[in-house]
Design a protein around this ligand. Structure first.
Ligand SMILES: C[S@@+](CC[C@H](N)C(=O)[O-])C[C@H]1O[C@@H](n2cnc3c(N)ncnc32)[C@H](O)[C@@H]1O
Length: 280
């Protein structure tokens, strides 16, 4: 098999990435290597583990980390006004004051902090129990060690341009008034938020889920880059991660591929999927 095909196949097998979007980039990558060393470098790379620095450095240019706070406003409004209150009520009814969110493929953390801010607001709005009694957990995961270190730092520049705050909707702006100056405007996740938002390195097509009874899984703007069998693998992991009745949120362009065990929530925003009670 030609070297370029071997690398493309490895990206597919290890990351789930569609060959049609990686093949030309793989070729360009190979052309940058010294001709007489290509074969040995590629074989060395393929022998490296997924977590090795070499493999991580190789896949980084293939990953698209585009993300920002409160991305897809309509979707998040529905999440805040309908889905979260319903899931919280279910926990209250079951007398279990705990709530878990898995933000799968969260990139540099903006999505996980967004989910945490929405959850904190929703819990504070509950009359039946004090917010102090709840055990909350938001786990953000990504394949890339590079973006996860930014997520863990929890510090985001507010300078102009295509920054993390480029599209914060009016209903959410109050979250970002607490900024400090250090040469430039920066928003830092507060200590209370950091206590329940954590980050882990995980591959959605290879690794197990961080939870088996999550209330909510967000995996937005990721499945679109993966081939069909990898999408099936990832969504079956999401199903295993959710409690019965838990909800999966996909991005507007992401497809589920198999609908067994999922019920589409009645809404025009067709990317909310509820795990049916019968599913294991
Ligand atoms: C376009 S970003 C989406 C970030 C966020 N979910 C959002 O919608 O704003 C896609 C992220 O998926 C991650 N990713 C791609 N393939 C992955 C895999 N197999 N396992 C885990 N993360 C993956 C990339 O590293 C990247 O950070």
């Amino acid at each position: 098999m030609p070297l370029a095909d071997k690398l493309t196949a490895a990206l597919l097998a290890r990351v789930g990435m569609r060959p049609d979007i990686t093949a030309s980039k793989v070729q360009a990558h190979l052309e940058k290597l010294p001709f007489d060393e290509r074969e040995s470098l590629v074989h060395h790379l393929l022998a490296c583990s997924h977590q090795s620095t070499e493999w991580q450095a190789f896949i980084e240019p293939f990953l698209i980390h585009e993300t920002y706070f409160f991305r897809h406003e309509n979707q998040l409004e529905f999440l805040a006004t309908t889905v979260l209150p319903r899931l919280i009520q279910e926990r209250l009814k079951a007398n279990r004051l705990e709530f878990r969110i898995w933000c799968a493929a969260c990139s540099s953390g903006e999505e996980a902090y967004t989910a945490a801010l929405l959850l904190r607001d929703a819990i504070q709005g509950i009359r039946e129990a004090s917010s102090r009694d709840w055990r909350l957990s938001v786990v953000g995961t990504d394949l890339s060690a590079e973006v996860l270190s930014k997520a863990r730092a929890g510090e985001y520049s507010m300078s102009a341009g295509l920054n993390s705050f480029r599209d914060v909707p009016a209903f959410a702006r109050h979250h970002f008034t607490n900024i400090f100056q250090r040469g430039e405007k920066t928003w830092t996740a507060d200590e209370a938020l950091r206590r329940f938002v954590t980050f882990q390195q995980r591959n959605i097509v290879q690794d197990p889920a961080p939870f088996s009874d999550a209330d909510l899984v967000l995996c937005r703007n990721v499945l679109i880059y993966l081939d069909e069998p990898s999408v099936r693998t990832a969504t079956s992991t999401f199903q295993g991660a959710l409690r019965p009745g838990g909800v999966l949120v996909l991005g507007p362009a992401d497809m589920l591929r198999q609908h067994e065990g999922w019920e589409l929530l009645t809404n025009q925003r067709a990317m909310f999927w509820r795990k049916t009670a019968a599913t294991a």
